[in-house]
Design a protein around this ligand. Structure first.
Ligand code: CS2
Length: 490
């Protein structure tokens, strides 16, 4: 089967929309670190809309900081790939031209740094997941024990971490008298721009005091709220698209129709008019971020752990189980909503209903296992801030503690059928060791909540949280998660 590329684009155009601009003459203005499926279906999609409307300076140079997979997928396709948008009313295909080329950090750190230092690049954006910030989630400080950070501080010319790349590229610009780029975080962290700014400055201070001063004076780090459900692409997805497109597309991504991007309008350099593509440019993103992280991602993680333990592979299946659908709604209504201050003019009740419809989208095979990954990095902003707010306001914390118990059960590494769980988490080994060394649910919960880097001191030592989480873990172990939740919500 022929590959999608410049030569075969006309074949794709029979079923898909295709770039309406001259890709060869468009210029790159953005370097994106972490060109995974999410970026290709989100920021690249907004940017493509502008290119289709005639913008010429904003193509994207994508970079992978680990594996050459995406480069290998896209290089043979001249950077082209398809977004398959799948919702309740069927599917839509769009071939994307926004990605000019893909670089692979480990193949040539110098090549990536030199592109980032090019005056034509105005924005360096990143989607490197929570752990890519190399910070301690509870305090927000740069983790100086992180092996990549230790490596980068001694090898600044060949970094491994996004932080190392950003600081080295900013240093090159400073030395060459080139203006700073804006650093745009596109990860699911609250105050993501501020988190990034803090770790970048802490790292820069270690590297050179003068550089840190320059970054403080010249660089901005806007916060963003990013939202689109984009499950990992599978080979079956590629096979299916091949039948429809008549071409092989190794770089395709699947996404839901919904998409939202709220960006703090704080750029130290030129920026694309993303508002013309439907993004919201605002003075303050905070209320949007918190709402999305606690309602969408918080419920997602709850459904992922409970759903996985109950034997469900995909979120849409979890939502078809009435007990778990009810759990999701009760969690949102009873324990999350009241901790949120709604952005002006925003209809939160509608947002919650829409979220549950999005989770139930049968066209997306979003694995519970995928969402369950990296829990130690995700749950502080998804659950723990909500939990703290509920404790402060003397609100209900029952289902938040169920969530914690389900996570603890999950990271113990054995599911309800006795099968081993492939737990992916930077702290997986520590978590498993704590679970293995404990003899009772109470000991297990106490040991895990004691992990200060995740829970901080106040929450980890809270007696009410300890008791409720222990109670849930006991019930899960004895009855299984489904029966335990059913009894609770009856
Ligand atoms: C999910 C998110 O994998 C996960 O942890 O909760 O990737 C989620 O799909 C996105 O944030 C939706 O915008």
């Amino acid at each position: 089967m022929q590959r999608l590329n410049n030569q075969t684009l006309a074949t794709a155009a029979q079923v898909a929309s295709t770039p309406s601009y001259d890709r060869a003459s468009a210029q790159a203005g953005i370097v994106h670190l972490g060109i995974g499926a999410f970026h290709r279906a989100h920021q690249a999609w907004y940017t493509e809309a502008l290119l289709n409307k005639g913008a010429t300076d904003w193509q994207i140079i994508g970079a992978s900081l680990r594996s050459p997979t995406v480069k290998n997928q896209l290089a043979a396709q001249d950077g082209l790939y398809t977004i398959v948008e799948r919702g309740a009313d069927g599917e839509k295909f769009q071939v994307m031209g926004a990605v000019k080329e893909v670089l692979v950090g480990p193949e040539s750190p110098a090549a990536l740094l030199s592109v980032m230092a090019d005056a034509q690049i105005k924005i360096v954006s990143l989607t490197v997941t929570e752990k890519g910030y190399c910070h301690d989630p509870a305090s927000g400080n740069l983790n100086l024990n992180n092996p990549d950070i230790q490596h980068d501080l001694v090898n600044p010319e060949a970094p491994k971490s996004a932080i190392g790349y950003i600081v080295a590229a900013l240093d090159a610009r400073r030395r060459a008298g080139i203006d700073s780029f804006t650093v745009l975080s596109c990860d699911n962290l609250p105050n993501n721009g501020e988190v990034l700014e803090k770790v970048v400055l802490q790292y820069a201070e270690k590297a050179s005091a003068e550089l840190a001063v320059w970054i403080r004076a010249n660089t901005t780090f806007p916060c963003t709220m990013i939202d689109r459900i984009v499950p990992a692409t599978t080979d079956a997805d590629r096979q299916e698209l091949e039948g429809k497109l008549g071409l092989r597309d190794e770089g395709m991504v699947l996404a839901e129709p919904f998409s939202q991007w709220v960006i703090e309008d704080k750029f130290c350099s030129a920026r694309p008019a993303w508002e013309d593509a439907g993004a919201l440019l605002v003075d303050d993103v905070h209320a949007y971020e918190i709402m999305k992280l606690r309602l969408l991602n918080g419920s997602h993680s709850l459904l992922a752990y409970c759903g996985y333990l109950a034997g469900f592979d995909y979120v849409s299946e979890v939502m078809r189980e009435p007990v778990l659908a009810k759990l999701c709604q009760t969690f949102m209504d009873r324990e999350v909503s009241q901790t949120l201050s709604v952005p002006t003019g925003f209809d939160m009740e509608h947002y919650k209903v829409e979220l549950r419809e999005r989770f139930a989208n049968p066209g997306l095979k979003h694995r519970t296992w995928q969402i369950a990954m990296d829990g130690s990095q995700k749950i502080p902003q998804r659950w723990l801030q909500t939990l703290q707010a509920q404790l402060d306001g003397e609100g209900n914390i029952d289902l938040l503690c169920l969530a914690l118990a389900a996570w603890i059960r999950y990271v113990s590494g054995v599911d309800e059928k006795g099968d081993v769980i492939d737990v992916q988490d930077p702290l997986a080994a520590d978590l498993k060791a704590l679970c293995d060394a404990s003899n009772t649910p109470e000991e297990t919960v106490r040991a895990v909540l004691n992990m200060q880097e995740v829970f901080g001191a106040a929450l980890g030592g809270n007696a009410q949280v300890l008791a409720a989480t222990t109670e849930w873990l006991t019930r899960i172990n004895e009855q299984g998660v489904l029966a335990a939740v059913k009894a609770e919500l009856a």
